[in-house]
Write a protein that binds this ligand. Sequence first.
Ligand SMILES: *Cc1c(COP(=O)(O)O)cnc(C)c1O
Length: 219
Amino acid sequence: MSIASKIAELKAALPSSVELVAVSKTYPPSAIMEAYEAGQRTFGENRPQELVAKYRELPGDIRWHLIGGLQTNKVKYVAPFVTMIHSGESAKLLEVIHKEALKNGRVIDVLLEIHIAREESKHGWQEDELLDYLAAGVYRELTGVRFRGVMGVATFTDDMECVRAEFTRLSALFARLRTEFFDDRFDTLSMGMTADYPVAIECGSTMVRIGSYIFGARG
Ligand SMILES: *Cc1c(COP(=O)(O)O)cnc(C)c1O
């Protein structure tokens, strides 16, 4: 099936409350253009340099999401144009995003990445650390950051009950944070990839990040 028909099929299958981020990391600009011609405008990349190169080359109405781990010294490259950063995973990083956003006269949409998987290698806040950080209140001074929700990557496993338990926990944390610390603008629950997006949607996802299903297996 072509990239265009994959996009069409996904758009038809996803509930209207769920936004599709087409994860184009490692795929060439020509593949992104195929998805673009099929109407897709939101793309996700995980490396700042690759994101910047594609941003420069491709149409200006693409909404670029950074979905992967971000080093603080790389924030300045994406701050001028990035639409959303999914990997807000430390106090230091949030502070740097805030500063770089203000330098560019912007407020950047950011998700708090939560560590929900069993693998230690995965990124993100531990729940108790995040609750302590938010309770301390410093985040309210970060006027360059618009806190939009949370993001999580489930354990890489065939055991969908494990994945479901992780997504259920993330969904509950999302609801708790919205009532305790934020408001209705905290509206984005980014969870679900090629292997697990149907389960993520059942657990309340509002944004899925799908790459290999659309573009084919990465090399
Ligand atoms: C690569 C990646 C995805 C997409 O993964 P697929 O399995 O190709 O759909 C989603 N989220 C993050 C954080 C990723 O790094």
